[in-house]
Design a protein around this ligand. Sequence first.
Ligand code: GLU
Length: 464
Amino acid sequence: MIVRTRFAPSPTGYLHIGGARTALYSYLFAKHYGGKFILRIEDTDRERSTDEAIRAILEGMEWLGLECDEGPFYQTHNIARYQEVLQQLLDSGHAYRCYCSKERLEKMREEQTANKQKPRYDGYCRDREQDASKPHVIRFKNPQLGDVVIEDMVLGKIVYANSELDDLIIARSDGMPTYNFTVVVDDWDMKITHVIRGNDHVNNTPRQVNLFLALGATPPQYGHLPMILDEHGKKLSKRTGAASVMEYREQGILPQALLNYLARLGWSHGDQELFSMAEMIEFFNGQSLSKSGAAINPQKLLWLNQHYMQHSALEDLVSEFNWQLFRLGVNAENSGVETSTIIAVQRERCKTLQEMAEKSVFFYTDVNSHDVKAVANHIDADALRRLGLLQERLIHLSHWNAEHIHTQLQKLCEQEGCKMGQIAQPLRIALTGNTLSPPIDQTVYLLGKEVVQKRLQQFLEGQK
Ligand code: GLU
């Protein structure tokens, strides 16, 4: 059997971390077994689906590197096929037209609720004469006897009595097929072998299984993932961190950190915490999936992010770093600045790429203002005089590298009988606008002789 999984988001919002985790697990499972991962956009709910959400989902998937082997397929492009299968179910007697008015259905529901019964359709139209010209919906004739038994990859054995399931509407009065039906047709046509999804869908599963059986098809195996919870164990909401994947990007999280984080949010492999993509694929075999809800832990995500910032190859960080700079109005691509060296000196002191970019803007753009407090604390006549001396020495420095710069700074300290900080801090302020920067010799080196001269000159003139 060739394993085929799919991620089937409804494009009604952004790709949030719950969806991303579903996508990741489906992806890993397929890759582990040498199978295929399919992307299907479930956009039949035309009122709630938007092109913007489709774009956001595709963008999120691309950023995470969860490339599909087939797709994206769009359900709205497949309506003719759904109509065909609807007809097949009508013809084989597994579906029927229902002409019940809204009023009748409402009255029935009220009576059932009053009698403390679960609201369900009573099958009134099951055996009524069929007339396609009258307004109708199409219902699936759910078996009335027996049980649906599901061996869930996560939850284990689940049993539903058919008597609990009523006759599901599979096409609305405007002819549009409904969710539970289109999912089945597509999973069937796409030969999906394993469906991994959130457990908000678990109650749909027996209905879907019955539809498969009515079509003479074998249902896939299902795995329902528990919900992601907030830090207090409550359902995740927008407010408590159900952020879109792209918001994590904006916060300066690396895709590999988020993937590693999501992998552990409901799955384990011994007590291992750090996983490369290759390891996730190697170990993710559909076992050791957690049944209970997983609580988000922002500290852990930051920890992972820092880990990947420090241990990734520099060139793997450049594009995210440039993206962050771009958001700050800096085009780093043709700036002539040695971006990977900047990353090398900054990465130990930053938790996110956003922070790193904010702290590195001065490498790329002129410094037009200097922190007032820093100036008040560190700049006096002596400091300005020393900066003047230093400027002279740096002009004449023939080998521009951090080591030589350091020697010049040290020599000046000795000559002046002052501490390094008494030269380094004023220099930092002049060059970067405040007192925070990587080691001063590195900073001076990376800025380059010309920029250092220009900034020192401007600063000294501004202080006159
Ligand atoms: N389209 C559904 C959703 O976004 C998922 C359907 C499924 O995975 O079966 O919730």
